[in-house]
Design a protein around this ligand. Structure first.
Ligand SMILES: Cc1cc2nc3c(=O)[nH]c(=O)nc-3n(C[C@H](O)[C@H](O)[C@H](O)COP(=O)(O)OP(=O)(O)OC[C@H]3O[C@@H](n4cnc5c(N)ncnc54)[C@H](O)[C@@H]3O)c2cc1C
Length: 322
């Protein structure tokens, strides 16, 4: 067995998911006496991946692949997989990787299991556990193809350091006209704040905040924690916040380490999209709000009193500890 991960990066820096994929792949490699390779785009120094068990890095540094384009990246990853004799490809479940995975799967004629939440339950036959219906159900699937593709759910394995000697090599893919037909010339990030997909901490507001003019206190709390801001569906429907912040079943999924829900009732459609978060803190005036049942920590009280106090405490704590 030989394993390849696609280590995602942004502006030359690896995303945390890259290290999670490496940690996960290394664990499989240990069980099968094999090694982990990584394909990386636009990263000059990939040695950091060695810390999490990657022993070979294949670097793609081409001007026309500076920005993500699904078809071109998929062709590149497939070529690397073929050249390296890869039998297991591990991708993340980021928006980019969700575009990529089916394309790579078709190109390699590989079985693809998305939303995988754990190490393979069996290697021969190759079986993995995946979640369905917004983590309401889990299923074991068997991948019968020669090459297997795993889409690992964010934060389902974590980071495990495993220092390994890493070699780096450059590769120039041969891309089809189809792949080159579209090129992303530039990417503009919305306001330079933390995005929900990358955030370790998300501070989310609901209709309990009464109006858009009250979001300042949530933004301040988010800033003190280095968190992304999010909201419930009605809040974005009302135009209080941009649709890009809407989380839940019909919005963005959240799988952060900490999710702070302020003035959100915890309707099933909201919970479906945020339940994968590790620790959930709920602030709500109504002790009967359904969100408390899903919460790890709950504060029954008025957000307008609690949020500023919480921000103040976090700032004081940071000041004392820096
Ligand atoms: C098909 C479908 C898909 C949907 N998809 C989504 C989705 O993806 N995401 C989503 O969020 N919703 C979704 N919804 C809507 C969902 O059912 C709920 O209506 C919605 O989540 C409620 O939003 P909310 O909690 O902000 O508002 P509310 O239900 O109005 O809750 C407001 C909460 O704020 C509390 N509150 C009031 N004042 C304060 C205060 N001062 N301090 C603290 N707390 C206070 C109240 O006690 C209450 O619990 C969907 C619905 C349908 C039918």
């Amino acid at each position: 067995m030989s394993i390849l991960i696609y280590a995602e990066s942004s502006e030359g820096k690896f995303k945390k998911t890259a290290f999670e994929l490496a940690s996960y792949a290394k664990k499989i490699a240990e069980q099968t006496n094999s090694s982990v390779s990584a394909v990386v785009f636009n990263c000059s120094d990939a040695s950091e991946l060695g810390k999490y068990g990657v022993s070979k890095v294949i670097k793609i540094n081409q001007p026309n692949l500076q920005n993500f384009v699904a078809q071109a990246y998929a062709e590149t990853i497939s070529q690397v997989a073929k050249n390296e004799g890869i039998t297991v490809v591990v991708l993340s479940t980021s928006a980019d990787s969700l575009y990529l995975s089916p394309l790579v799967s078709v190109s390699l004629q590989a079985g693809y299991a998305s939303n995988v939440v754990a190490l393979p339950t069996s290697l021969e036959p190759f079986k993995v556990k995946r979640n369905s219906f917004s983590s309401k159900a889990f299923g074991i699937v068997e991948l019968k193809s020669a090459i297997k593709i795993i889409g690992l759910s964010k934060n389902s394995f974590g980071l495990v350091e495993n220092p390994t000697q890493v070699s780096e090599t450059d590769y120039t893919p041969t891309l089809s006209a189809h792949a080159l037909a579209l090129q992303q010339v530039s990417v503009e990030k919305g306001s330079g704040k933390v995005t929900i997909a990358d955030a370790e901490v998300v501070v989310s507001g609901g209709r309990g905040l009464k109006g858009p003019e009250n979001w300042g206190m949530l933004e301040e709390l988010a800033e003190s924690l280095g968190a992304a801001t999010a909201c419930s569906k009605p809040v974005s429907d009302l135009g209080w916040r941009p649709h890009s912040e809407h989380v839940g079943q019909t919005g963005k999924p959240v799988a952060s380490n900490l999710y702070i829900a302020v003035g959100i009732s915890g309707a099933i459609q909201h919970l479906a999209g945020v339940n994968a978060s590790k620790v959930k803190v709920v602030i709500n005036t109504d002790p009967e709000a359904p969100f408390f049942k899903a919460a790890d920590y709950g504060i029954v009280g008025d957000a307008f009193e609690i949020v500023p106090k919480l921000t103040q405490k976090i700032k004081e704590f940071k000041a004392q500890n820096h």
